[in-house]
Design a protein around this ligand. Structure first.
Ligand SMILES: Nc1ncnc2c1ncn2[C@@H]1O[C@H](COP(=O)(O)OP(=O)(O)O)[C@@H](O)[C@H]1O
Ligand SMILES: [Mg+2]
Length: 592
C-alpha cells in the first residue's frame, strides 16, 4: 500500500511549467527584483573587468620603464573592483532573499489551505508523513531554484558570452572557439549524464520518503505496537526501508562519480588547449605575458562557475521535481465542491430532512439504501442499529463530508449540496464517535469549538459537559496538557471535552455519534440532564448504542443494514414487539 497520490508527481518527468506558476508569487516585491538585477549586472561587469586590470598590471611591471605610480593606481583599482564584485553579489542575495522568502511563505500557506479544503476521502487515503515531506521539500526547492537559477545559471551564461566576445575581439578567434566548444561539450555532457542519473536520484528520494512515512506511521501507532509486542517487527520493517535507502544512496554516489569525472576531464582538456595556444602566441610575440595571465584568469573564471553548474543542474532538476510534487498537491481537486454562486444556508427552524438517500463508498457495496426521515425543528431524533448499519455514515453525509449518490438532504428546505459548505458546517456541531484532540491544554481544546468565545462561555460549556469536577481534581487544572491526539485522557474524559467543545459552538443542529458511549451511566445522565435544559434551542440527532440515553427522544429510527426498519417513540416501538423491543429487553436484562 504505497501512498500513490504523493509519489505519482515525482515519478513523472519534470514539468518545467511549474516555473511559470511560481512567477506570480515572486512579483510581490518588484522594486527589490529590479535592484537585485542591477547589483547582478554590476557584479558581473566587475568580475569580467578584473582579469583585464590584472593584464595591465603584469604588462606594466614587465616594461623596463615602469613608473611606480601607474601600477600602484592599477593595483588599487584591482582591489576596488574585486571588492565591488563581492559586495554587489552579497547585496543581490540580501535584496532577493526577501522576495524568495515571501514566495515560500505564500505558497506554503496556499498549499496548507488547499489541503484543508480537500474532502474526507482524500485525507483518509493520504499519508501524513509523505504529504508534509512534499511541502517541506517543495518550499526548500523554491529557495534553491531562486538562488541558483536566477542568480547563477543565467548570469554565468551571460558572462561566458561576454568573455567569448572579448577574446575574439582582442586576441584570436581560436580562444573563443575553445571556450564555446568546451562550454557546449560540458553542458551537453552534464545534461545527458544527469538525465541518465535521474532514475537513481528518484529511487533515492522515494526510499527516503517511504522510510520516513513508515517511521511516522509506526510511532503514531505506538500503543498498538506495544499491545501486540511488535517492536521487533516494526524495527525490522523500518530497517528494510533503510536498507533500500542505503542501496539507493550507494548507486547514486557511483553515478555521481561518473558525472563529476567526465566534467573534470572536459575542463582539463579545454584549459590545457587554451594555455598551449596562449603559450605558443607569447613565444611568437603575438601576445604579451600580461595577455597570457589574462587568458589563464578568464579560463579559471569560466570554469569555476561551470563546475558549479553541473551540481546546480542536478539539484535544480531535483528542486523542480519537488516543487512540482508540491504543486501536484494543489492540483488535487476536492470531490465535494461548492456549487457556483452557492448561497449561504439560512437556518431558521433547524429542520433536517433526508429523502430517499442512497450512498456507497464503493460502487459494489451500497451502505445506505433509500433512507427517508425528518427531524422536526428543535426536536430530538435518535438513530439506533447494529454496528456497521450506516449510522455514522448518515452523520457524515449531513455534514457533507461526502456527496450523495441519490436523494436529497434538506435543512429548512434547502438542499445541503446547493449551499456553501462553510455555512452548512457552521450550523452543525458534531460530537464524533472517535474524538481526537489537539496536543494542547484541556481549555484550549474546548475553546477550539468557538475561538471567539469568552472565558465565561467556555466555563459554562465545561460545566454542562460535567467536566468541572474532573478539572478541579487536576493539579494543572484547565491547563493540563492532553497529549498527542488526547491520549492522556480517558475515553470518557475525551468524550466530555468533545461535548463541551460542541456545545460552545452554539449550533442550530447538534449531532451526537455515540458521544457518551465511554461514560458511566451516572455521568451520562448528568450530561443528558444538562443538555435537556438547553434542548429547546437546537435540533438534535443522536446516534446511540445504549438505549437508555434515547428513551426521551421524540422519534427513534431503527436502522438495519442501510435501511430503516422501524420508527416511533420509545413506547410505540416497545408495543410493536419488533427489533427495538428485543434490543431493549436484551440491554435491560444485561444490566441487572
Ligand atoms: N471511508 C470508508 N470507506 C469505505 N467504507 C466505509 C468507510 N467508512 C465506513 N465504511 C463502511 O460503511 C459501513 C457503515 O459504517 P458506519 O456508518 O460507520 O457504521 P455505524 O452504523 O457502525 O456507525 C461499515 O461497514 C464500514 O465498514
Ligand atoms: Mg458509527
Amino acid at each position: 500500500m504505497r501512498g500513490m497520490r504523493q509519489h505519482s508527481a515525482v515519478d513523472k518527468p519534470v514539468d518545467w511549467r511549474s516555473l511559470k506558476k511560481l512567477i506570480p508569487y515572486l512579483l510581490e516585491f518588484r522594486g527589490r527584483i529590479v535592484l537585485a538585477l542591477l547589483c547582478l549586472i554590476a557584479a558581473k561587469l566587475a568580475s569580467v573587468g578584473l582579469p583585464f586590470i590584472l593584464k595591465h598590471i603584469v604588462d606594466q611591471l614587465n616594461a623596463d620603464n615602469a613608473i611606480v605610480i601607474v601600477p600602484l593606481a592599477l593595483l588599487l583599482a584591482y582591489g576596488v573592483v574585486r571588492f565591488a564584485n563581492v559586495l554587489f553579489g552579497e547585496l543581490r542575495d540580501t535584496l532577493f532573499g526577501r522576495v524568495t522568502e515571501r514566495a515560500m511563505r505564500r505558497i506554503g500557506h496556499r498549499v496548507f489551505q488547499h489541503l484543508h479544503s480537500l474532502d474526507l476521502a482524500y485525507h483518509l487515503n493520504r499519508r501524513t508523513g509523505g504529504v508534509s515531506r512534499d511541502i517541506e521539500r517543495g518550499v526548500a526547492g523554491i529557495s534553491f531554484l531562486m538562488r541558483f537559477m536566477v542568480f547563477n545559471i543565467v548570469p554565468t551564461f551571460i558572462e561566458i558570452g561576454m568573455i567569448a566576445v572579448l577574446l575574439f575581439w582582442n586576441y584570436s578567434i581560436w580562444f573563443a572557439v575553445i571556450v564555446l566548444v568546451s562550454v557546449a561539450a560540458y553542458v551537453g555532457f552534464s545534461v545527458v549524464a544527469t538525465e541518465w542519473r535521474t532514475a537513481t536520484v528518484r529511487a533515492m528520494n522515494q526510499a527516503e520518503s517511504q522510510s520516513s512515512t513508515r517511521a511516522v506511521d509506526s510511532l503514531l501507532n505506538f500503543e498498538t505496537v506495544k499491545y501486540f509486542n511488535n517492536e521487533a517487527f516494526e524495527a525490522a520493517r523500518y530497517d528494510d526501508n533503510l536498507a533500500e535507502w542505503e542501496q539507493a544512496r550507494c548507486r547514486n554516489r557511483l553515478t555521481l562519480f561518473g558525472l563529476n569525472g567526465g566534467q573534470s576531464l572536459i575542463i582539463a582538456c579545454a584549459a590545457t588547449a587554451a594555455m598551449v595556444l596562449a603559450a605558443y602566441r607569447v613565444s611568437t610575440g603575438a601576445m604579451s605575458i600580461g595577455d597570457f595571465v589574462l587568458i589563464n584568469a578568464l579560463m579559471m573564471q569560466i570554469f569555476v562557475p561551470l563546475n558549479f553548474l553541473g551540481f546546480v543542474y542536478r539539484e535544480m532538476k531535483g528542486a523542480m521535481a519537488n516543487i512540482d510534487a508540491m504543486f501536484a498537491l494543489l492540483r488535487v481537486d476536492s470531490s465535494v465542491q461548492d456549487a457556483t454562486d452557492a448561497p449561504d444556508l439560512q437556518v431558521d427552524q433547524g429542520e433536517v430532512r433526508f429523502t430517499d438517500v442512497e450512498f456507497h463508498y464503493h460502487a459494489d457495496r451500497p451502505i445506505l439504501k433509500g433512507i427517508s426521515f425528518t427531524v422536526p425543528d428543535r426536536q430530538k431524533v435518535a438513530i439506533v442499529g447494529g454496528s456497521g448499519s450506516g449510522k455514522s455514515t448518515i452523520m457524515k453525509l449531513l455534514f457533507r463530508f461526502y456527496d450523495l449518490n441519490a436523494g436529497q438532504i434538506l435543512i429548512d428546505g434547502q438542499d445541503i449540496s446547493a449551499v456553501t459548505q462553510d455555512s452548512l458546517r457552521r450550523a452543525i456541531s458534531v460530537v464524533p464517535q472517535d474524538t481526537v484532540l489537539f496536543n494542547a491544554s484541556i481549555y484550549d481544546n474546548i475553546h477550539y469549538g468557538n475561538v471567539n468565545a469568552s472565558r465565561e462561555q467556555v466555563w459554562e460549556a465545561i460545566r454542562m459537559a460535567y467536566l468541572d469536577e474532573f478539572i478541579a481534581q487536576l493539579p494543572d487544572g484547565e491547563h493540563t496538557q492532553v497529549g498527542e491526539r488526547g491520549l492522556k485522557l480517558s475515553g470518557g474524559e475525551k468524550q466530555r471535552v468533545a461535548i463541551a467543545r460542541a456545545i460552545l459552538k452554539q449550533p442550530q443542529i447538534m449531532v451526537f455519534d455515540e458521544a457518551t458511549s465511554s461514560l458511566d451511566s451516572q455521568s451520562e445522565q448528568r450530561i443528558l440532564a444538562a443538555m435537556r435544559r438547553v434542548r429547546g434551542s437546537y435540533t438534535s440527532l443522536v446516534i446511540a448504542h445504549r438505549l437508555s440515553t434515547i428513551v426521551d427522544a421524540d422519534q427513534i429510527i431503527v436502522l438495519h443494514q442501510g435501511q430503516i426498519v422501524e420508527t416511533g417513540t420509545h413506547d410505540e416501538l416497545l408495543s410493536k414487539h419488533g427489533a427495538y423491543a428485543a434490543a431493549w429487553r436484551l440491554q435491560n436484562s444485561d444490566s441487572v
